[in-house]
Design a binder for this molecule. Structure first.
Ligand SMILES: [Zn+2]
Length: 253
């Protein structure tokens, strides 16, 4: 996989919800206002970034990843269809959505006091998939895999792959671990279930490609300013402290 120039890593962005009303934001801060999302997508377009998906990388593993970005959304909220999809289409951009397949709203979030938010319908998922939004698995019931035994893990992971494929009629090749719940055995089961790639939240190697079953993502939050967004998509987001360590001689983690 070509990752030049040398201190560069393909940015994989993490979004959840795109909203346009204060009343539905919730306390978990897993949203971005549509007007900010639009500015972010316009920045990518205006500055020659190309959005890719894991299908593109699977098809062409040697592709040059410079100035490419992967945009991901977790859970499959209906606002992804209603608010994010029109903006992605407007700028001709692609993205990935990790779907929870057996529950129709964020039951796990409601338990913690989040507003109830519906997930997309199958027809909406199919329409986005047909456009070129890649759909991946995120378990069937949004479970923390660390709390399940291996058999249950396999059912949740493989089941979500089959459910997604039944809707899109395409192979689902990537998976996102709910709650970032991940260990070596879960990674192995994800591979056994037939996935080629899996994304974590903020764990995993800094260099894209070093572990395709624990791909580190960069979260875009309601507080991400446009200048911070520029830094997050630069491909050098993880490296400032690394570069500094050359000069100070100190090893940083
Ligand atoms: Zn999730």
């Amino acid at each position: 996989m070509d990752t030049k120039p040398c201190i560069y890593s393909l940015p994989v962005l993490l979004y959840h919800r795109i909203v346009n009303k204060d009343s539905i934001i919730g306390k978990h801060k897993i949203y971005v206002f549509a007007k900010n999302f639009r500015k972010q997508m316009k920045y990518l377009k205006d500055n020659g970034y190309q959005t890719i998906t894991f299908y593109d990388i699977k098809k062409n593993p040697e592709m040059d990843l410079y100035k490419k970005v992967i945009i991901t959304f977790d859970d499959g909220y209906v606002d992804n269809y209603e608010l994010a999809f029109p903006i992605l289409k407007e700028y001709g951009l692609k993205a990935l959505i990790y779907l929870v397949t057996k529950i129709n709203h964020n039951a796990w979030g409601v338990k913690e006091g989040e507003p109830k938010i519906d997930m997309m319908h199958a027809e909406q998922v199919k329409e986005m998939s047909d456009y070129g939004i890649e759909m991946g698995g995120h378990t069937q019931n949004h479970v923390n895999l660390l709390q399940l035994d291996s058999d249950e893990q396999l059912i949740e992971i493989k089941g979500s792959k089959e459910d997604v494929e039944a809707i899109t009629k395409k192979e689902a090749i990537s998976f996102a671990y709910p709650f970032g719940g991940i260990d070596e055995n879960i990674k192995l089961i994800t591979k056994q279930a037939g996935f080629d790639f899996a994304v974590s939240t903020n764990t995993g190697p800094k260099q894209f490609g070093d572990d395709l079953f624990q791909i580190r993502r960069i979260e875009i939050t309601p507080k991400t300013s446009l200048s911070s967004f520029k830094n997050k998509v630069s491909g050098r987001y993880f490296y400032p402290s690394f570069i500094k360590s050359f000069f100070t001689g100190k090893q940083t983690k």
